[in-house]
Ligand binder design. Structure first.
Ligand code: PEP
Ligand code: MG
Length: 619
């Protein structure tokens, strides 16, 4: 029997079909995590797509499959641990897809300059004023006699160390990705060849990426090259000026950005690349004003230029007036940031004295603490699905988390599980749907699969029962409600759960997300049933305009007049408290419009709170 089992295990190929659901495709960072996991199993693992079958442990091979959103591939596992490998890798892949955040184009503001300007794409917002300096590397050769294979091993260890050290940060995946690029057969078979052999192999990989959608990964290969060569005593260095400067280059390595941060850099211009490249990600997290400007004629210049990444302009020969105004804007931005941060805990009133509540959108206890620190007046949206992403929390675990969050604020709105669409749980199989955003989402899932829903309600009720103060306002909000019956059924289930467990829920409010357009036409009836509404502008926009919110190329003007008309209509018809918790609530361009329609409760991500409060004070 054991023998048969062993034979079955080693000879059978387990095939699972997986589909890429992230709009970014299956790109380098998730691939690196996937490969890192695949290497842990005693099994032969391959990916088969588009008539090609490649090893699951070789990053460049998987990259070469060019898997885009909607593409499927077969995960094939054979050998001793084939079953475990297939299960774990499928689970990981789904997690990677649902965690993969889309980088949206950064909206630029209008700005006029007297002098002519070059236009660019914003990587990170901000205004820089300083001379323009080209990045030029110097090569220093201290020949260390370290054999190539040792230098490669040392580089891999170095990258692994960096990954472990920064594991909790978003950017850590870049180190893992570079480590996996280096740990491929191409380089691992090298022994004590000359450095030039390694450079030649790197160049071959780079040439393969040229003019493909992975072109921005070239700088990762350059980074690896520099890392390995420096272990052999060959350094590439650039000298940064001691005075403020704006750097331009066609090729900034991810590792260079750490060096830039400690210099008086005022801005960065990349002549090539994309806002998704690793250099771009790091520039954003270092908060360095930066843009992509495709122009090969930029020259170093000792006079001040203006890099206005807020409006997407580079002014090479600014007039005195341009400089004066840009400096004023720069000072204003800085002051606003300082002031708004200092006043973050104060109540927020418009100039005409209208009081506005600024609440936070949070996902867990950590983000609740961050929101508290940044001045949130309460929680307007707890997206509970994020508590369920890795594994299913028990009722007790949920209760503890809800209770800890309730203790922090006087008002918390807990949204019940909102999965489906672009959010999945690795341990729940929602049958594949052609149009998941129009399928089993939000409350529809909870009403169909009631176990998780009932457990969650019980956990919330228990948490409410155990908080120290009875003065708190705790609200339960159902997502994706599209008709009266869904709301009444959900509320009935809640009441039954409370009754069965002898829990008093009389002081809990029940409301709905207003994010499906049908509700707009049912408000009269809903006014008699719900205690509150919160507008989910992200989904409301998607469904009003029939444009998928994760669509890679289509998008809706976030303050489209038609959306504003819908909001106006809603404001007129609702007779119960209403807030807005979609992205719209935090947009600069929307604040004045929303306040003029009398939306006086806005819920936004924590980082936006101090600035939004300050903006409101100036309306
Ligand atoms: C929304 O749809 O606007 C919303 C706040 O919910 P989510 O983004 O979680 O779907
Ligand atoms: Mg929504």
């Amino acid at each position: 029997m054991n023998f048969l089992k062993k034979l079955f295990n080693t000879k059978t190929t387990i095939t699972t079909t997986l589909t890429v659901t992230s709009s970014n495709g299956f790109h380098l960072r998730p691939i690196a995590k996937f490969v890192n996991e695949a290497k842990k199993f005693d099994a032969t693992i391959t990916l088969k797509a588009k008539e090609e079958e490649v090893s699951a442990t070789q990053v460049p091979k998987i990259l070469s499959l060019s898997l885009e959103k909607g593409d499927s591939f077969e995960l094939r596992c054979k050998g001793k641990e084939a079953q475990e490998a297939s299960k774990e890798l499928s689970k990981l892949f789904k997690e990677l897809m649902s965690d993969d955040k889309e980088v949206k184009e950064i909206k630029q503001e209008e700005e006029q300059y007297e002098a002519s300007s070059l236009r660019g794409e914003t990587i990170a917002k901000g205004i820089g004023i300083a001379p323009l300096i080209e990045l030029i590397y110097q090569v220093i050769d201290n020949d260390s006699n370290v054999p190539l294979s040792n230098a490669i091993d040392m580089s891999i260890s170095g990258l692994e160390e960096m990954y472990e050290k920064h594991k909790e940060e978003d950017n850590a995946d870049i180190y893992l990705a570079q480590m996996q690029l280096l740990q491929t057969d191409i380089f691992m078979n090298l022994k004590d060849e000359e450095p030039s052999k390694f450079q030649e192999l790197i160049q071959i990989e780079i040439d393969k990426l040229k003019n493909t959608k992975f072109e921005s990964r070239i700088s990762d290969y350059r980074d690896i090259e520099q890392r390995v060569l420096s272990e052999m005593g060959i350094y590439k260095e650039f000298k940064t000026p001691d005075n403020p400067y704006i750097l331009f280059t066609d090729d900034l390595l991810p590792s260079d950005i750490a060096l830039l941060k400690d210099t008086p850099v005022q801005g960065v211009i990349l002549e090539k690349g994309t806002t998704l490249s690793h250099a771009s990600i790091l520039l954003r997290s270092a908060n360095i004003p930066s843009m992509i400007i495709q122009n090969e004629n930029l020259k170093s210049n000792s006079l001040d230029v203006i890099l206005d990444a807020n409006s997407g302009n580079l002014i090479l020969e600014p007039t005195k007036n341009d400089l004066k105004e840009a400096r004023e804007r720069q000072d204003k931005l800085k002051k606003e940031q300082e002031q708004s941060f200092q006043k973050r805990f104060e109540t927020t009133k418009t100039k005409s004295g209208k009081e506005v509540k600024v609440l936070a959108n949070i996902t867990d206890l950590d983000s609740a603490k961050e929101a508290k620190e940044l001045g949130a007046d309460g929680v307007g949206l707890l997206r509970t699905e994020f508590l369920f992403t890795k594994n299913k929390p028990s009722v007790e675990e949920q209760t503890q988390t809800y209770q800890a969050i309730f203790e922090l604020f006087n008002e918390v709105t807990v949204r019940t599980l909102d999965i489906g669409g672009d959010k999945s749980l690795p341990y729940i199989d929602i049958p594949k749907e052609e149009n998941p955003f129009l399928g089993l989402r939000g409350i529809r899932f909870s009403l169909q699969e009631q176990t998780l829903f009932k457990e969650q309600l019980l956990a919330i009720f228990k948490a409410v029962g155990s908080i120290s103060s009875n003065k708190k306002t705790i609200k339960i909000m159902f997502p994706m409600i599209s008709n009266i019956e869904e709301f009444t059924e959900a509320k009935n289930i809640a009441q039954t759960v409370a009754k069965e467990n002898n829990l008093n829920i009389s002081n809990i409010q029940f409301g709905i997300m207003l994010e499906v357009p049908s509700i707009i036409f049912g408000l009269k009836e809903f006014n008699n049933l719900v205690d509150f509404y919160s507008i989910g502008s992200n989904d409301l926009t998607q469904y009003l305009f029939a444009i998928e919110r994760t669509h890679p190329t289509l998008s809706v003007d976030p303050i489209s007049p038609l959306l504003l008309l819908a909001l106006e209509q809603i404001r007129k018809d609702v007779k119960k408290p209403i807030s807005i918790c979609g992205e719209l609530a935090g947009l600069d361009v929307a604040t004045q419009k929303l306040l003029s329609m009398n939306y006086t409760t806005l819920s936004v991500s924590a980082k936006l709170i101090p600035n939004l409060k300050e903006r409101i004070r100036n309306v």
